[in-house]
Design a binder for this molecule. Sequence first.
Ligand code: 5AD
Length: 484
Amino acid sequence: MPTVYIKTYGCQMNERDSEAVAAQLVGRGYSLVDEEQGADVVLLNTCSVRDLAEQKALGKMQAMVGHSRKHRTGQVFGYLGCMAQSRGQSLAEGVDGVQLVLGTQKFHRAADHVEDLLTGRQKVVVDTDAEEGSQSKLAEHLSTAAAPGRRQVSAFVSIMQGCNQHCTFCIVPFTRGRERSRTIPEIVEECRRLVDHGVREITLLGQIVTSFGRREYAVVDGRSPFVQLIEAVHEIDGLERIRFTSPHPKGYGSDLIEAYGRLPKLVESAHLPLQSGADRVLREMHRGYTRARFEEIVAGLRAVQPGIGITTDIIVGFPGETEADFEETLSLCRSIEFDNAFVFKYSPRRDTPAASMAGALPEPLIEERHRRLLDVINEVGKRRYDAMVGRIVPILVEGISRRNATRYEGRTRCNKIVVFTGAPRHVGQVIPVRVERVGTFTLYADPSVIGVDEVEGSAGNGDEVAAEAGLKVVEMTAVRELNR
Ligand code: 5AD
């Protein structure tokens, strides 16, 4: 049976789409491989949010196609996802050798197209049309696919596609289309199936999850459709933790804030994209909130869950951003004290309003602001991590560490990664660990003090609450994933 290699660029939504495509192919007997060399089918699932991401995928494809030609490997190459959607046909013409260009509403067709290309029924397939109902056509997961997958503790579930917000810097409305939500029963059924296969944590995904179902469902007792969805998923027995990404601050009404206090499976973690601390820039970005409103949301969350982990996204160098605007971003980051932040240099995207705005900043200035903001984020983040030393926190163990194959890793409810020397029996369990030392955003635990497989942390404890077992975690350091 043919082998497939899939490389994913960009966000968790892309990761989830890749997983669904992989599960589709595995379901038809294909096997997944970790390297492009020798794979019969090579797919790049692309990101368009910044130019750098597009250039990386284009460069990678060119190199692979060149290698394949030289060695006459006869591989099938394809682009999937956001860049395939926004560039379409030109990608098949650009690097010949690329036979498949598959848009964001066509992932469910991937296996059919791959088969047509492999058997020679088709020479080139470019499929980027809009498709009614496509948001509901991707429910396959590797852990539930026909072929046995590895044990998966944490799974992504897509709840909607698209975004209508039209932030002036953002290409997403062009690559992902308008907001289209799945139904609550459909999503709950997918989550239930995952939990039946051993999944303990679910991350609800979408480009703007807080807008979930707003045309399809009514507000009930002051609760938005998104909060109603969280409540429905919360009912699933055996599910331990619920996360979601990415929300929009305007979706943090009192109903959602209150849910953090009421629903024990909803973890104390929020990724709240700020983008800028200056009201003038927020207006130009079409963000729909002010600095004061953002501060109010954070205060509301901390009133309900004082230990909540809060992370953010910030863009530096938006057109017309003055030194004073930028300093407002710095001061807000200092006063809010984010646990971590992704800091991005503004990248003009085709067809977006900001790309034709006056006041483009010179690259060196953008670089300088990027560095200055990162310094503040690192300093504040380190303080927040240091403050955890000595605390006992429950972590959900996900599996072998992605950073060190001889160790295991898990996460706190507040979304901090802990690497420790565990054993296969720990995977899928919630175990308490004591933080003894903090490095630069990576956490490690001592092997001699694990052995707590009977101890189960219960939902709702938060990182704040000490668990019973007197475990000792010798070393904790944290990883930041700033370069995504
Ligand atoms: N330039 C730089 N960063 C961007 N983002 C979105 N569009 C752009 C752009 N044109 C960032 C935002 C968003 C994150 C996913 O990517 O911060 O929250």
